[in-house]
Design a protein around this ligand. Sequence first.
Ligand code: CP
Ligand code: NVA
Length: 332
Amino acid sequence: IPALQGRSFIAEKDFSREEFLFFIYLAEKLKNEKKLGIPHRYLEGKNIALLFEKPSTRTRCAFTVACTDLGAHPEYLGKDDIQLGKKESIEDTAKVLGRMFDGIEFRGFEHKKVEMLAEHSGVPVWNGLTDTWHPTQTLADLLTVKEHFGRLEGIKFVYAGDGRNNVANSLLVGGALVGMDMRICTPDSLFPDQEFISLAKEFAQQSGGKVTVTSDVDEAVSGADVIYTDVWVSMGEEEKFAERINLLSPYQVNMEMVKKTGNPDMIFLHCLPAFHDLETAYGRDIFAKHGMPEMEVTDEVFRSRHSKVFDQAENRMHTIKAVMAATLSDLQ
Ligand code: CP
Ligand code: NVA
């Protein structure tokens, strides 16, 4: 078992391949135990703070249920509940929370905040999504791929859509870390920052993985095992709606793209929430305004046999549980 006790979980790049794979192995074990009704109360009597500056369904519920299953108490603190970085410094808030809680989850905007919480709280801090990274998502995605294909090494994994968001950064680096053939398919103007491409290339060299960033859909999806997409407009950039629709329409995941893989057994993944049915989700106004009933993925693909998005959503819970158990308990 790698030494993970006492560590924070901030970004994929902070872990070795062995450590990252251990979280996935542990999640598989915990998932199996849960299905069999075997208790795993590794965190009995611990208290966990859940800080959310942005909304969340999966991440919040995953942390809450995982805490309860592990015997810990979760305390949700929304953006108006505490004064983080507004009427109280991040440093002071971190020190106070660290005196009362055994671990802290943070979801918010600037990545710096989660790093400061980890630096000053003295307890493990887990990144539940920032503008830069979404590493607990990566673990759930990799678990889903492993469950489906029985391996991660060499899996041809395409991420199509907004190449500059948190999920793209995390998958690029996390996928390369575990030896996948990572292909980011996005327009030139949305290529990931060089920093993330370089990191991924370094990891790929060590793991035997591969990294491609291209605007060419045909090149990216040829032979793909997985096509993954995320929303075209992330939380906090809502004013970019029209611009992104223009830029990203050719990168929509639809049946034509699925067929181009030439792989009848490919799977479709999406971190969710998804804009595959705008009219139902938002009403007729937004549909009329943007002239597109679907955005990053068509309803047809979303509901097809290729789609594993709800396995993926469930796996958020098992993987987040593994992160908390591995970093807070000694797993004796
Ligand atoms: N995938 C994900 O992080 O979902 P939530 O925003 O609902 O937590
Ligand atoms: N890129 C998306 C992910 C949501 C889970 C966002 O940041 O809004």
